[in-house]
Design a protein around this ligand. Structure first.
Ligand SMILES: [Mg+2]
Length: 371
């Protein structure tokens, strides 16, 4: 009896998903609200403790498998982005619903930098954020604890952002300037918390990869020397990590550059390579990432065990996926990917590009100040 029930519900889910795909490619009139589906993910998690929780979990996994099977397809096809948006709906379109879900909860905002607050540019030294974006982040930080978690060195991202009321984590979270002690807000009126935090005089560094710093310096020097002959290659010192940019390298030289980088790392087995957007990143192989940094910030803010905390994380990097996963596993918060193409992601919501991030942050600040 149970199996029949399972089969029937699975069939219904598949049918529903196919209908949505048809809508996306124009075969059916679109009338769906993507938000409802995403909210149901959380709802289903909550309901997993019900007597039929296991069955629901099974269906969710089946549904995710179906999603994934159609998710990564031809990126040049506009309809593929539309169908991807059904699984990762626009945080702008869903904004009102997201804010309803935030009532009575404490929002904490986490932001990546490159590709999120600033556009991706050919010269990494010129990845400036606009004055409008800076003003929006500043306003958000006046309302909610706000941290910027970047792959850049902490000092560099601070120079770009130029704000004193946000926390900074560089080197993909391996270089954190965190609050000195748990900070608790006295505002618990059931609405948004309005207390801003100030990092000007109470930051405490946390650097879990500190012992690797001498080796990072060595690798940096060797890489700068070895890549000098490759036109357009750029080695960037990111504190506890190193980035080798190849956005301006001729495509036929990509392989040569990669081989050179790999050959250097053969002598440093305690380091690993990751590839980002036209960049190879070298970092210590320690179990610490942006997700850990997010948890560390919540801990130092005195919020890690709070049941009404609502982390909002916006990022476009593969490394941001670790933070998305943490939010997913907590079952509270809004992981938002910045992407204009379909991508495999743990994020629940999406924003197309930094210009949409700007609108989202501006609305977030206004919501708080209107309370
Ligand atoms: Mg980024």
């Amino acid at each position: 009896m149970n199996y029949m029930f399972l089969l029937m519900v699975t069939f219904k889910i598949i049918k529903k998903k196919l209908s949505k795909i048809q809508e996306a490619v124009g075969f059916r009139p679109s009338h769906s609200c993507s938000k409802q589906k995403v909210q149901s993910v959380w709802k289903s998690k909550e309901e997993a403790s019900d007597h039929d929780g296991l069955e629901r979990s099974f269906f969710l996994r089946a549904l995710n498998l179906i999603d994934n099977s159609v998710a990564l397809h031809d990126e040049s096809n506009p309809s593929s982005y539309a169908s991807w948006m059904m699984r990762h709906p626009s945080a702008l379109r869903c904004f009102d619903g997201l804010m309803k879900g935030a009532i009575g909860k404490r929002i904490v905002v986490f932001l990546d930098y490159d590709g999120t607050l600033s556009p991706i540019v050919n010269d990494p030294d010129r990845a400036f954020m606009s004055d409008e974006m800076r003003a929006a982040v500043c306003e958000v930080a006046k309302c909610f604890p706000t941290a910027i978690i970047s792959g850049r060195s902490r000092d560099k991202v601070k120079v770009f952002v130029k704000l004193s009321n946000v926390y900074y984590a560089g080197s993909h979270g391996m270089d954190i300037m965190a609050p000195a002690m748990p900070v608790r807000s006295s505002n618990s009126n059931g609405k948004h918390y309005n207390r801003a935090l100030n990092t000007m005089d109470d930051g405490v560094p946390f650097q879990p990869a500190k012992k690797y710093l001498p080796a990072v310096r060595e690798i940096l020097t060797i890489l700068q020397s070895k890549t000098r002959g490759i036109q357009g290659a750029r080695v960037e010192d990111n504190g506890f990590c190193i980035s080798v940019h190849f956005r301006q390298v001729q495509q036929e030289n990509y392989g040569i550059l990669e081989e050179k980088v790999k050959s250097v790392l053969e002598n440093y087995p305690e380091f690993c390579l990751n590839e980002g957007k036209k960049v190879i990143e070298i970092r210590p192989s320690i179990k610490w990432n942006k997700g850990h940094a997010l948890e560390y910030f919540l801990e130092t803010l005195g919020l890690s065990s709070s049941s009404n905390i609502l982390p909002v994380y916006i990022g476009d990097d593969r490394t941001d996926e670790d933070a998305f996963k943490v939010i997913q596993s907590r079952g509270q918060g809004y992981p938002i990917i910045v992407s204009s193409i379909p991508r495999d992601t743990q994020a629940l919501y999406s924003l197309r590009d930094p210009s949409e991030v700007l609108i989202f942050l501006s609305r977030l600040a206004k919501i708080s100040s209107s309370k």
